[in-house]
Design a protein around this ligand. Structure first.
Ligand SMILES: NC(=O)c1ccc[n+]([C@@H]2O[C@H](COP(=O)([O-])OP(=O)(O)OC[C@H]3O[C@@H](n4cnc5c(N)ncnc54)[C@H](OP(=O)(O)O)[C@@H]3O)[C@@H](O)[C@H]2O)c1
Length: 272
């Protein structure tokens, strides 16, 4: 497959998106990355940065038109933009939950709907959605974030079936906790209910420790470059040893044992 393919990757100002954009450019792909504020983003050689807010129909339309105007096609769309909302489910407002889905789930739908007419006309394309291990096994106190990634699993699986006749491939990445800038700007719900504090704080500490020990963005970037370079890309790609282990445990352990393991991992079983 030629490396002259045109890639549009959302959320390329930091973390996974930035590393992936950089690696794709180094491998000779024509790369367009995005940020809500591209003017202040550190430049990466070979990556053209465009303005994009995936929560806005107009912004998505303008970004896709801009890429097509400059490059003539979009061969690969990588839906990476995302953020993380934390807190007990009872603490999170409906507006906060909607805003999480607006970026992590509806943002993906906006992007896919905007590129599909072009990809169907081209009779080729590859869409890679950046999911998470939390879309297979929900993380306590990251429940709405996990729900947005569970939703992405179902959407991506159905999309793959529907687009197969048009020679458009669809894949999904599932990484565990990563050491990326996301760990430092996680949004915490505005309301806090004191009764949850002991469990919330223990879970937050466990999440923080897992992120500190987790692989960096480069591990996901390398996986994504392999996925888009593969002649026969699969639907799902577990990335990193933690994601592979947890997915296997979920599959093979009795449900009760798996649940106990999750409670232990996030230190949820002490009374206070
Ligand atoms: N970190 C982890 O532990 C982990 C694990 C598994 C999966 N993931 C997934 O990997 C992806 C990237 O995460 P990361 O860890 O690399 O996070 P990150 O460093 O915080 O990067 C997030 C990116 O998303 C962009 N973004 C956020 N809201 C946006 C919006 N409304 N419209 C457009 N772009 C938006 C940001 O761009 P601007 O702020 O410049 O607009 C930024 O480039 C996410 O989908 C995340 O869920 C992360």
């Amino acid at each position: 497959m030629s490396n002259q393919r045109v890639v549009l990757i959302t959320g390329a100002s930091s973390g996974v998106g930035q590393s992936t954009a950089q690696l794709l450019a180094a491998r000779g792909f024509t790369v367009f990355g995005t940020s809500r504020n591209p003017a202040v983003v550190q430049r990466v050689a070979g990556v053209e940065m465009l303005s994009l807010d995936v929560t806005s129909d107009a912004s998505v339309r303008a970004c896709v038109d801009d890429v097509v105007g400059r490059a003539g096609s979009i061969d690969v769309l990588i839906n990476n933009a995302g953020h993380e909302l934390a807190g007990a489910l009872e603490e999170l407002s409906l507006d906060e939950a909607r805003s999480q889905f607006e970026t992590n789930f509806f943002g993906v739908i906006r992007m896919v709907s905007a590129v599909l007419p072009l990809m169907r006309r081209q009779k080729r394309g590859h869409i890679v959605n950046v999911g998470s291990l939390s879309g297979l096994s929900a993380i306590p106190f990251l429940g709405i974030y996990s729900a947005s990634k569970f939703a992405l699993e179902g959407y991506t699986e159905a999309l793959r079936h529907e687009l197969k006749p048009f020679n458009i491939r669809v894949s999904l990445t599932e990484a565990g906790f990563l050491h990326t800038p996301m760990m430092n700007h996680r949004q915490v719900g505005a309301t806090s209910i004191a009764e949850y504090a002991p469990w919330r704080e223990r879970a937050f500490s466990a999440i923080r420790a897992a992120e500190e020990k987790g692989p960096g963005a480069d591990a996901v970037a390398e996986a994504i470059v392999n996925i888009v370079s593969s002649p026969h890309p699969r639907l799902r790609y577990l990335i990193g040893s933690q994601a592979k282990l947890v997915a296997n445990l979920r599959r093979f352990l009795p449900a009760g044992m798996f649940e106990q393991g999750v409670r232990r991992t996030f230190a949820l079983d002490g009374n206070r």
